[in-house]
Write a protein that binds this ligand. Structure first.
Ligand code: SF4
Length: 348
């Protein structure tokens, strides 16, 4: 076991994705609280560096560039070594390979879920039920590393002043009146079964706009078609799809009074920023996360959840998990958030 006094230089690995990198943030805080003198180097993909760059527990961030070889990455990781310990919060081939070559005496590898779920759920032999929030699993890996139970820490995402200011300028340039409440809506998701239908996002955006909210649409450039469809129904909404870096997206969400998203990266960013968040869940299990102070729209139809990460199409063809989520109910939930505290309880 590595006791706090021995753990001077630590390496933490988590390559992707937006949500998972954000979900490691509470575990990083717990690690730092237990080993306050430790230097913590975090390795992730370069696209996600800004999610941890300003985390108070993190000393160095090493970003894996697109196309970079694992040998080149290892050389850069070693620049911050030698390491006393490695916490591999990715648990795949590449992270294990790097962890094994750091020379660290103490290593802990995280596991997202039981292997049987990873194999049997996609085959539809077994229904996936999260036994605990994913962030609690990251925390558990840190506890195994230090060899004792630790108090849980909330999610944290610090955007940094530059991203906050850049976001402000982009909002003003688009004519957003910052004195009125901003509602950020992110209608995209990695998989189609994780997306609330785009016409409903449009109807919700239209209703929120008419009732005085500044609706700001966000998404990657690949999701620009989705936000265009929303804007066709809600012309008062401002569309920033494809116009923001990841850090600026964090800055825009920081300016918001509320966020609306599917089970996606922006949902996790918003929760970690304590922005009251309305989250739509369909084919994936919301028990993977906590929503205290936020709002969860989930029908819990008998076939849900049907997948670990989402699917290209509904296997039952009715897509009731999302189609049964009505705009009126979503608006009620959004209104409740807008009437509630300006900042939500930050949790995992
Ligand atoms: S309706 Fe049921 S089967 Fe279809 S995507 Fe949703 S949860 Fe899966």
């Amino acid at each position: 076991m590595v006791r706090a006094a021995m753990a001077r230089n630590l390496l933490v690995l988590r390559f992707s994705s937006v949500g998972d990198v954000v979900l490691t943030s509470g575990a990083l805080s717990a690690l730092k609280r237990e080993t306050p003198d430790a230097t913590i180097t975090y390795v992730t993909k370069s696209a996600f560096v800004d999610l941890v760059r300003h985390h108070p527990a993190v000393t160095n961030v090493v970003g894996l560039a697109p196309g970079e070889s694992v040998h080149a990455l290892l050389a850069r990781v070693r620049e911050h070594g030698p390491y006393d310990g490695v916490i591999d919060l990715h648990g795949k081939l590449r992270s294990r390979w790097i962890a094994a070559r750091t020379g660290a005496r103490r290593k802990v590898v995280w596991q997202k879920r039981p292997l049987s779920d990873t194999v049997l759920v996609p085959l539809r032999v077994r229904r996936y039920r999260a036994l605990m929030p994913i962030a609690a699993r990251y925390h558990g890996a840190v506890e195994r590393f230090v060899g004792k139970s630790l108090p849980r820490e909330p999610l944290v995402y610090v955007t940094g002043a530059a991203a906050f200011e850049a976001a402000r300028e982009k909002l003003i340039a688009k004519g957003v009146d910052l004195t009125r409440p901003i509602v950020v809506m992110s209608p995209g998701a990695l998989w189609p079964t994780k997306q609330w239908p785009v016409d409903r996002f449009g109807a919700l955006a239209a209703k929120a706009s008419v009732n005085g909210a500044n609706v700001v649409l966000t998404g990657s450039s690949l999701e620009a078609d989705l936000t265009k469809q929303v804007r066709a129904i809600a012309p008062l909404a401002v569309d920033l799809a494809g116009a923001l870096t990841l850090a600026e997206l964090g800055g825009v969400i920081s300016h918001a009074r509320a966020a609306v998203a599917n089970d996606s990266g922006p949902m996790h960013m918003a929760r970690a920023l304590a922005v009251p968040t309305l989250a739509f869940f369909g084919s994936t299990d919301p028990a993977q996360f906590r929503f205290d102070g936020h709002a969860l729209a989930y029908t819990g139809v008998e076939c849900s959840p049907c997948s670990l990460h989402g699917l290209a199409r509904c296997p039952r063809k009715h897509f009731r998990c999302m189609n049964d989520l009505e705009v009126e109910r979503a608006y009620e939930l959004l209104e409740q958030l807008l009437r509630g505290p300006e900042r939500a309880q930050v949790n995992d």
